[in-house]
Write a protein that binds this ligand. Structure first.
Ligand SMILES: [Cu+2]
Length: 418
């Protein structure tokens, strides 16, 4: 039986070494991106800004006009799409990356909107929601040029809070090959593997690397959607004293939780999870607007922000030269976008990746180790943890000699020591 114990230790060490290699964040292909430091926002010009050429901005305008002229389309939680719908969406995203008819390619051209000084006016203030709504409309219109049946899904990251995070942290099915690929280091599996940006930076994630990042809070999202005293946009976009309670502050958590490129403003749209995350932010805002209507609250654009001049209603939206910040509130932007409600019990959107927890009446994502998605390392670890559990029971039964030959020192052996 000592042999069995040795085999377990060997397997554990082997898997641990594989994990260490896999989570290495060093980009073997090199990465020379220069990043804009948003703390310098107050030092740079307040003039209209966009890194992209006028012809690319004109293309954005065409996409925007197409989005507004487009018919009703339904955005659904990504785990409720059936396999064919999800694959069609993924294929359309990949097609944008491969389409070089716009420099450097259609995906990156749109991602590059969210870089440099544009970041100053798109965040930390009133313009945050409207500017990102325009971004999503443009992205979705480009997708629908690839496939008319595709709409932008959203990712309800709130429910990932309830996932069982053991034995491997963060087993969200979102980060499997069937969805967005792996979450630990360089993205080397799934449909976006080894994606690179213009500067040769490879797509990277570091999901909840130190296990301390909070994900979007269900409580705060519930407050934004349902608390009747929270009914002005300025209450949910920016609060220099308490960013925790704002939608923008909460949205930052999901960026940090995914980590890697999502964690850095200039890089974030390089990860396809960016648009899924922002579609969820837009979904929450849509719910908030519905609450305002029910309360007969007429929203006036009121500038708040860290760098408030950039959030003035009549300032031109960076990269969207045909729009003013105030236009982000125009109901016509959302007129034909229908959000299917986020998955709820008992059927959880009929998703095979979600299950209803009857005790809390909430849909919980399947741990990917329990889903049909193949993941050899996860399966190996499951088997090892089952072995550990058997060992634990045996120790408790004082049967440790089964594993270590004799009982000397068995009592002192803890999982930490192993
Ligand atoms: Cu942003």
């Amino acid at each position: 039986m000592r042999g069995l114990f040795n085999i377990v230790i060997f397997l554990l060490l082997f898997i641990r070494s594989v994990q260490v290699m896999d989570t290495d964040l060093v980009d073997p292909f090199g990465c020379n991106e220069t990043l804009f430091n948003t703390s310098a926002c107050h030092q740079v010009s307040y003039d209209y800004y966009c890194t992209l050429s006028r012809s690319t901005q004109d293309w954005f305008r065409e996409l925007y006009n197409e989005a507004l002229a487009d018919g009703p389309r339904t955005r659904k939680e990504i785990r409720t799409l059936d396999d064919a719908e999800r694959q069609a969406y993924i294929d359309a995203v990949v097609a944008l990356k491969n389409d070089k008819s716009v420099w450097p390619n259609k995906y990156d051209a749109i991602a590059m909107i969210h870089t440099n000084r544009t970041l100053c006016s798109a965040h930390k203030g009133t313009n945050f929601l409207g500017w990102h709504r325009v971004y999503l409309l443009i992205f979705e219109a480009a997708l629908r040029q690839k496939n008319r049946n595709v709409t932008l899904p959203y990712w309800v990251s709130v429910i990932d809070n309830y996932m069982d995070n053991h034995p491997i942290p963060n087993n969200s099915v979102i980060f499997t090959d069937a969805f967005l690929g792996n979450s630990d280091g360089i993205v080397r599996t799934g449909p976006f593997k080894h994606w690179k940006d213009l500067e040769n930076c490879t797509l990277q994630r570091e999901l909840n690397s130190n296990n301390s990042m909070p994900l979007i809070s269900p409580k705060i999202i519930d407050m934004i959607q349902n608390n009747l005293s929270v009914h002005h946009m300025k209450q949910i976009v920016y609060d220099e004293n308490d960013d925790w309670t704002t939608l923008e502050g909460q949205h930052n958590h999901a960026h940090d939780w995914v980590g890697g490129m999502m964690h850095i403003l200039d890089f974030a749209p390089q990860d396809p999870v960016f648009v899924l995350h922002h579609a969820f932010v837009d979904y929450i805002w849509t719910k908030f607007i519905r609450k305002q209507h029910n309360l007969n609250v007429h929203e006036e654009y009121e500038s708040v922000g860290q760098d408030v001049k950039r959030h003035y209603p009549n300032r031109t939206m960076d990269c969207f030269y045909w729009l003013k910040n105030v236009d982000g509130l125009d109901p016509k932007l959302a007129a034909n976008v229908i959000y299917e409600d986020s998955p709820a019990c008992p059927d959880c959107g009929h998703s095979k990746y979600l299950k209803c927890d009857a005790t809390f009446n909430i849909c919980i994502p399947d741990d990917k180790t329990e889903s049909a998605v193949s993941n050899q390392v996860s399966w190996s670890l499951r088997i090892l943890f089952i072995l550990f559990r058997v060992m634990m029971v045996c120790f408790e039964l004082r049967e440790c000699h089964l594993f270590c030959g004799d009982c000397t020192g068995c009592r002192d052996m803890s999982y930490d020591a192993i």
